[in-house]
Design a protein around this ligand. Structure first.
Ligand code: NAP
Ligand code: GCO
Length: 270
């Protein structure tokens, strides 16, 4: 057998990670670049795009292009796919649906507009981007789609009704893309991060005025066997595995990268 570790290589692949200007998406794209892939990423803000390109360069990533594209806008997504194919001379091999937002508002106080915006960005966008890349994957005879789900694909909590609904839907969209396109050698899986230290969760980790931990921070530490928040870097290996040939018979699976939180009832009273 050729060097088995080559199965985990992404050499020659073109990976598009949505919302990879910072946070989890940035770490996944960086991991892909270190595994040999060329990188496409997008976000909505020019300053974020430029800062990200600087950071990619500092981190040694040279084969990377960024585009301003709102993943909820089908015309912008189609335009990005066309531009990326023209500039890289190949179609997208790996799509990571990472872009996402959260609004923490009690459901009865949340406007329908806010609810719909979360669904649009966190769920509908994955349908739009996947629909844009699957035809070329079918033509090529292979493709990888990875949807960034959440613990809220399995559990609820106060104030995140729209987010949980979207991430639960994203889990089922993952299984449906697997079901509908698996015969074309397209694998669609999910990654379900636990609580990860990024700008999205910064409000949950803010130190209190007296310097003590945020109550939610202490709550998560007590609920996580690893007794720590995850880092975006914790997701790099699982993401490379699901994007590589090593996972060609893994399909419709949600890989939880959560430090064990979903398996654990929580620290018992001492
Ligand atoms: P983040 O730090 O808030 O980053 C979100 C990224 O998505 C940014 O690059 C943002 O850039 C981009 N984005 C947002 N809306 C967009 C849109 N409509 N079109 C294009 N880009 C858009 O979030 P994160 O913590 O890294 O989370 C990334 C993903 O992981 C999300 O799907 C999140 O739900 C999921 N997740 C996070 C955690 C966690 O604990 N952090 C855990 C589980 C799952 P712009 O604002 O410039 O567009
Ligand atoms: C929250 C957090 C979570 C994490 C993640 C957990 O407010 O509960 O933001 O939703 O982002 O999704 O897996």
């Amino acid at each position: 057998m050729a060097d088995f570790t080559e199965k985990f290589s992404l050499k020659g692949k073109l990976a598009w990670v949505t919302g990879a200007s910072y946070g989890i998406g940035y770490a996944i794209a960086l991991g892909y670049a270190k595994a040999g892939a060329k990188i496409v990423f997008n976000c909505r803000h020019q300053d974020g795009l430029e800062k990200a390109l600087e950071n990619y360069k500092k981190d040694g990533v040279t084969d990377v292009k960024g585009y301003i594209c709102d993943v909820t806008k089908e015309d912008e997504v189609i335009d990005l796919v066309k531009k990326a194919e023209a500039e890289f001379g190949q179609s997208v091999d790996i799509l990571v649906n990472n872009a996402g937002i959260i609004k923490r508002i009690p459901m009865t106080e949340m406007s329908a507009e806010d609810f719909r915006q979360v669904i649009d960005i966190d769920l509908t966008s994955a349908y739009i981007t996947s629909k844009a890349v699957i035809p070329a994957m079918i033509k090529k005879g292979h493709g990888k789609i990875i949807n960034i789900c959440s613990m809220m694909s399995e559990l609820g909590r106060e104030t995140v009704s729209a987010y949980a609904a979207a991430k639960g839907g994203l889990k089922m969209l993952t299984k449906n893309i697997c079901s509908e396109y698996g015969k074309y050698n397209i694998q669609c899986n999910g990654i379900g991060p636990g609580y990860i230290a990024t700008p999205q969760t910064a409000p949950l980790r803010e130190r209190q005025a007296d310097g003590s931990r945020h109550p939610f921070d202490s709550f998560i530490i007590a609920k996580t066997p690893a007794e720590r928040w995850g880092t975006p870097e914790d997701l790099m290996g699982p993401a490379v595995f699901l994007a590589s040939d090593a996972s060609d018979f893994v399909n419709g699976h949600i890989l939880y990268v959560d430090g064990g939180i979903l398996a654990y009832i929580g620290r018992q009273p001492s």
